[in-house]
Design a protein around this ligand. Structure first.
Ligand code: URA
Ligand code: URA
Length: 209
């Protein structure tokens, strides 16, 4: 079902959603978090990046990808001229799992409606999933990131690209051909090309959005 909302309605829905996430107590992670992390970036972003869950730095600041992995993500983006202010960055789970463990399925089930609402309100043409957790969740697959990364999928009318998680790149330093870092370099360039191609189509089609 597609619901058409005016700009004002979307702004209201977005603020309401952000408030709800900040106060959410749907799962036990709410009792150990310092801050729920709604996400950060442009409301008119053409790309949304979806990670796994906040870590300690993100929990402390209430912002996504602001620790070591986030620093690397920012660098990866800027390597192809993407400013992180111009995209939207969030996670499938909005509160930090204790000890940085991966979120469990119940937590993802409770939290995913927030991501779904963000995706519905932003309706970005491009979605990037960082690592196994968001990729498996959104694509409803059990295939691993190594098989899926670098391939374009359709997701409810958007193009979805799985990439390695920046934390994985921090653990794998090699830049040799075929290494996770080198593959990520290829993937971020593929994203850049897709962004440019879509921007070109919009100009040709007379749309400026
Ligand atoms: N890792 C994630 O998946 N998300 C963050 O926000 C930070 C680290
Ligand atoms: N496992 C993950 O969850 N993500 C990666 O990028 C690699 C391995």
């Amino acid at each position: 079902m597609t619901v058409f909302l005016s700009g004002v309605q979307k702004d209201l829905a977005w603020s309401e959603l952000e408030e709800r996430v900040k106060k959410c107590t749907r799962c036990a992670l709410s009792s150990s978090r310092r801050n729920a992390v709604f996400g950060e970036g442009s409301r008119t972003a053409r790309v949304i990046f979806v990670g796994e869950a906040p870590g300690a730095d993100e929990d402390a600041r209430g912002l996504p990808f602001v620790g070591k992995a986030g620093h690397l993500l920012t660098q990866i983006l800027s390597s192809v001229g993407i400013d992180r202010k111009d995209v939207f960055i969030t996670n499938i789970v909005k509160c930090r799992p204790p000890e940085n463990r991966a979120p469990v399925p119940d937590e993802m089930m409770d939290c995913a409606p927030y991501l779904e609402a963000q995706l519905a309100l932003l309706s970005p043409p491009l979605i990037v999933c960082l690592g196994n957790t968001p990729t498996k969740w959104l694509l409803k697959t059990t295939e691993g990131i190594t098989a899926l990364r670098g391939r374009w999928f359709q997701w409810r009318g958007s193009f979805l690209l799985p990439m390695f998680h920046p934390s994985y790149l921090l653990r794998n330093e090699s830049k040799k051909k075929g290494s996770p870092k080198e593959l990520t370099w290829r993937d971020i360039n593929a994203l850049r090309e897709k962004m440019d191609a879509l921007a070109g189509e919009n100009i040709k089609g007379g749309r400026s959005s």
